[in-house]
Design a protein around this ligand. Structure first.
Ligand SMILES: *[C@@H]1O[C@H](CO)[C@@H](O)[C@H](O)[C@H]1NC(C)=O
Ligand SMILES: *[C@@H]1O[C@H](CO)[C@@H](O)[C@H](O)[C@H]1NC(C)=O
Ligand SMILES: *[C@@H]1O[C@H](CO)[C@@H](O)[C@H](O)[C@H]1NC(C)=O
Ligand SMILES: *[C@@H]1O[C@H](CO)[C@@H](O)[C@H](O)[C@H]1NC(C)=O
Ligand SMILES: *[C@@H]1O[C@H](CO)[C@@H](O)[C@H](O)[C@H]1NC(C)=O
Ligand SMILES: *[C@@H]1O[C@H](CO)[C@@H](O)[C@H](O)[C@H]1NC(C)=O
Ligand SMILES: *[C@@H]1O[C@H](CO)[C@@H](O)[C@H](O)[C@H]1NC(C)=O
Ligand SMILES: *[C@@H]1O[C@H](CO)[C@@H](O)[C@H](O)[C@H]1NC(C)=O
Ligand SMILES: *[C@@H]1O[C@H](CO)[C@@H](O)[C@H](O)[C@H]1NC(C)=O
Ligand SMILES: *[C@@H]1O[C@H](CO)[C@@H](O)[C@H](O)[C@H]1NC(C)=O
Ligand SMILES: *[C@@H]1O[C@H](CO)[C@@H](O)[C@H](O)[C@H]1NC(C)=O
Ligand SMILES: *[C@@H]1O[C@H](CO)[C@@H](O)[C@H](O)[C@H]1NC(C)=O
Length: 802
């Protein structure tokens, strides 16, 4: 969501070639119209989910007047709190209302909360237990603040199609399997605290550019760009992680800003009624992204259940009227309300022990208010561990790391120090760090707007980055910056430190006796704009300047997405490089534990780092197709013609050697892999699933149909966690050569061995059959099986036949 005003002027020059006479004026012009799917499936306790709660919800709905029902579907402004969204209460029934609040990495825009690692950082940890623990602690903070619905995690759309995507950092990974596993665990973690998880954004919203409907300078309406996605790509890539979130019982799902085959995602009956509530058996409610509703009757009939931030524009009195005059069956409204209330009762938010609505969400945290401390002691190790494990070491030569009681260290770079949190610019957006990027917030149309609006910037030269910006921005209690933490360590070790952060481009002098020179740079991203570049000259020059003077230069990059390093990575003086991602408030201390070898780094890249931007081809830049002569000006198009070939699937298919491949990351030890086994489980599998629909699709899609095992040995000198990865090549024309289908992170001591077991579910080995509209196993042929430490370091290979 994105609550600031989105005022955008489109550059007139952009479509200067288009004669307004020739503009297409009807979206029915376009191919691939979305098939209508009606009526909207009603909540049914499919698979037994929330059965008791559904009874309670329906009994509750039975007591409501028509107007009360309507009011449960639309947001209202509540000046008493700072919740991002409010549903008004019904005092006569003792229902206090609902508070919905950001964000995916901590409760946003309030005080006395922790800033956790961001989605990309959690993804880079590849640690399932840690992902659950992070979500559980996050959920606890939402609960104690009186929030009913946490707006993420999980954020699993965008999946990461566009390398420059402005919100990719909010998600876990550019791989849908990886993302799906972490999404399911995050839903469970949040909801185990009694807070409704909101999984977002459904679906196809892969870029910020052209995401919102706007009016141009001549007051012509320009619709959101249309994501034209074919059925099998939809299932095998974009929908994939939503299966896991729905299976885990997510209580809400946010529909996105984009259009899908020219119909808005929040009123797309094929996706909401047909796919989400039909095929996937989803039982919760669909809430609009903030301002993503574009029609009243249409969105209700298409399966949207709640609008935010306000019911007033399309629903409210108009929804009541539409039910009265028969445009919308009252049963649909009843279903909307039942879907909103079932998770509420299931999670026992009606219990007196649930904190009062918005109790810790002051309308303005800078004015006097009741202080509600949401932080607990047991969260501290989780914050720290998740900050540590998302660091990915990608280069380590000459044993540069870990540092060994250095005598002299020199520190450089704008990213080493904490930014100020008390300047006017920061106050505007309350206590949230996102304010540091507010400069380009109002540019909702991304790089189509060269005027009246600063372009997105590549770096935050003001200080270290622990989160991305926008509605996903984390709010910190404090920031442990790299410099603070290194000072602490130097005090303990009696190390001589030299530093120069002010001399930004560091023509700065490197003290000749330095054991190492550390350089801190960053790459930022924020909702509302796609990134301008995957690297920047300014920071690259800084690194080269230092490296030209010191033969043990260690580079740390806080990166909100892919960051290219080819301007200096092969310089032998650059001895170590860490992608430090977005660690949250414990950033510096976590980094120091890795730099000094208190722990081995254990993260792996959840994306592909290319040698050159051009290697990403068509999946580098956001797409806006306005037609050859600008005739689509009112209806921007985006054909997802690359299919499932994004990130490593694309690099593998085109045989492009990346700089650092998906899944890559070093530890301080070495591992060997042996003993691959791959076996099917059970016999006489049918090619298609036969089960009933439960949340997450047909029940047997979740059956384990094969297992793979491998042995991993630590052949190095120190204990370290290794992420062992399983990739599968499905024996069917048009499928990627290999796709991630398992990962396990295990701590292994020197000379010790661990057996890793992967369970393959029916869906993991199936392809989407567009004719049958089912997931189909490929029976009687050999699946290729690969196990190793990254998507390109796969020493174990074998086959599997079902
Ligand atoms: C979009 O159109 C493609 C091509 O006709 C089709 O395969 C796909 O199912 C459509 N998706 C939706 C959501 O309508
Ligand atoms: C429904 O909401 C409207 C707008 O907030 C409010 O004026 C009205 O009193 C509410 N109606 C009921 C029955 O709660
Ligand atoms: C992860 O969690 C599971 C389930 O709680 C537990 O059985 C397992 O031991 C944990 N693994 C690690 C490595 O902590
Ligand atoms: C723009 O068009 C809308 C809808 O036609 C109209 O309500 C509005 O007044 C117009 N605004 C301006 C500035 O002309
Ligand atoms: C219906 O919608 C229109 C247009 O958004 C709005 O101006 C009007 O106030 C609404 N009517 C009711 C009764 O809510
Ligand atoms: C942040 O950096 C920008 C330029 O990069 C500068 O204009 C601004 O004043 C800085 N803000 C603070 C708080 O230092
Ligand atoms: C780097 O610093 C020098 C000296 O302070 C200055 O002349 C030069 O313009 C700076 N370069 C950049 C790219 O900022
Ligand atoms: C490496 O650093 C040394 C100083 O230690 C310097 O003399 C040399 O030119 C540097 N080499 C490169 C390739 O930057
Ligand atoms: C790096 O530079 C130092 C100081 O000039 C020198 O002692 C050392 O041998 C150099 N190391 C390498 C690997 O070149
Ligand atoms: C990428 O390739 C282009 C075209 O070959 C070249 O101009 C550019 O310098 C390269 N960039 C990097 C970072 O190597
Ligand atoms: C998008 O796909 C449609 C249907 O295949 C086609 O007519 C249109 O030209 C495509 N647009 C681009 C930019 O390829
Ligand atoms: C690992 O095994 C090697 C060879 O047997 C032995 O030399 C070494 O001490 C062992 N390391 C540890 C930490 O046990």
């Amino acid at each position: 969501m994105f609550t600031s005003k989105v005022v955008v002027l489109l550059a007139l020059s952009l479509f200067a070639g288009a004669n307004s006479q020739e503009l297409i004026t009807e979206d029915s012009y376009f191919f691939g119209q979305s098939e209508p799917v009606y009526p909207s499936p009603t909540i049914s306790a499919a698979g037994g989910l929330w059965a008791d709660a559904l009874n309670k919800a329906q009994a509750f709905v039975a007591q409501l007047t028509l107007e009360e029902k309507t009011n449960l579907t639309g947001g209202v402004r509540n000046p008493a709190n700072g919740c991002g969204g409010n549903i008004a209460g019904i005092p006569r029934l003792g229902f206090p209302g609902l508070c919905l609040a950001d964000a995916g990495n901590g409760v946003r825009a309030t005080d006395l909360v922790n800033a956790y690692s961001s989605g990309i950082h959690d993804g880079a940890s590849w640690n399932k237990n840690l992902t659950y623990a992070r979500a559980y602690q996050l959920g606890g903070e939402f609960r104690r603040k009186g929030v009913n619905v946490a707006l993420g995690p999980p954020m699993i759309g965008p999946v990461g199609r566009i390398a420059l995507g402005g919100r990719n950092w909010e998600g876990f990974s550019n791989d849908p399997y990886h993302s799906g596993i972490l999404a399911g665990l995050s839903v469970t973690g949040i909801q185990d605290q009694g807070v409704v998880a909101c999984t977002k954004h459904f679906i196809g919203n892969e870029q910020e550019t052209a995401r919102n409907q706007i009016r141009d300078a001549s007051n012509v309406t320009i619709l959101s760009s249309s994501a034209n996605i074919d059925d099998s790509t939809m299932h095998e890539l974009y929908l994939w992680p939503f299966y896991d979130a729905v299976h885990a019982g997510t209580g809400s799902i946010m529909c996105s800003y984009t259009r899908l085959n020219n119909s808005y995602a929040c009123q797309n009956s094929k996706m909401l009624n047909g796919v989400l509530k039909g095929e996937l058996g989803y039982q919760g409610f669909v809430v609009s992204d903030w301002g993503a509703q574009h029609g009243g009757v249409a969105s209700a009939l298409a399966g949207m259940d709640m609008v935010m931030p306000s019911g007033a524009a399309f629903w409210g009195g108009n929804l009541t009227e539409a039910v009265r005059n028969g445009s919308i069956p009252e049963a649909r409204l009843d279903d909307m309300v039942s879907r909103v209330m079932a998770p509420y009762f299931f999670l026992e938010q009606n219990s007196p022990s649930y904190p009062a609505l918005g109790i810790g969400m002051p309308a303005n945290p800078l004015l006097p208010h009741t202080l509600v401390d949401a932080r607990v002691e047991e969260a501290r190790p989780v914050l720290m561990q998740s900050a540590i494990e998302g660091h990915v070491l990608v280069k380590n030569t000459n044993n540069a790391l870990p540092l060994k009681k250095p005598r002299v260290l020199s520190l450089f770079g704008y990213d080493a120090v904490a930014p100020d949190l008390n300047t006017p610019g920061f106050r505007e957006w309350s206590l949230s760090l996102q304010s540091s990027y507010a400069r380009f917030y109002d540019c909702g149309y991304g790089n189509l707007i060269p005027q009246n609006c600063p372009l997105p910037v590549a770096i935050a030269a003001n200080g270290t980055v622990i989160t991305g910006g926008g509605s996903g921005g984390a709010t910190a209690s404090y920031i442990s910056a790299p410099f603070n933490a290194i000072q602490n360590r130097a005090m303990k070790d009696n190390t001589q430190l030299y530093w120069d952060f002010r001399n930004l481009n560091a023509t700065g002098f490197v003290q000749g006796e330095s054991d190492a020179a550390l350089v801190f740079i960053n790459a930022i991203a924020s909702e509302g704009a796609d990134r301008p570049a995957l690297r920047d000259d300014f920071s690259d020059a800084l690194v080269r300047n230092i490296a030209s003077q010191n033969n043990n230069t260690i580079v740390v990059i806080h990166n909100a997405g892919i960051r290219l390093v080819d301007q200096w990575i092969e310089n032998p003086n650059v001895t170590a490089v860490i992608f430090a991602h977005l660690p949250g408030q414990d950033s510096g201390e976590a980094l120091v534990k890795i730099l000094y070898g208190d722990v081995s780094p254990s993260g792996k890249l959840p994306y592909t780092v290319a040698k050159n931007e051009t290697d990403y081809g068509a999946i580098l830049n956001p797409v806006i197709d306005l037609g050859e002569n600008g005739e689509f000006y009112r209806f921007p198009q985006d054909n997802f013609t690359e299919g499932v070939y994004i990130d490593y699937r694309a690099f593998d298919a085109s045989n492009i050697e990346p700089r650092f491949e998906f899944g890559f990351g070093l530890t301080y030890s070495n591992f060997s892999f042996s003993g691959l086994t791959a076996n099917s489980v059970g016999a006489n599998l049918s090619a298609l699933p036969t089960g009933h629909i439960v949340p997450g699709g047909k029940a047997d899609l979740w059956d384990v149909v094969a297992t793979v095992t491998a042995t991993v040995t630590n052949i190095g000198k120190v204990a370290a966690q290794q992420v062992t990865q399983l990739y599968i090549g499905i024996p069917q024309e048009g499928q990627p050569v290999r796709q991630l289908r398992g990962f396990e992170k295990i701590m292994i001591h020197p000379n010790a061995t661990a057996t890793v077991e992967f369970e393959l579910r029916r869906r993991d080995l199936s392809v989407w059959d567009v004719t049958a509209q089912e997931w189909r196993l490929v029976l009687g042929e050999d699946y290729n099986v690969f196990v190793g430490s990254s998507s390109r370091d796969l020493p174990l290979t074998g086959t599997l036949r079902l």
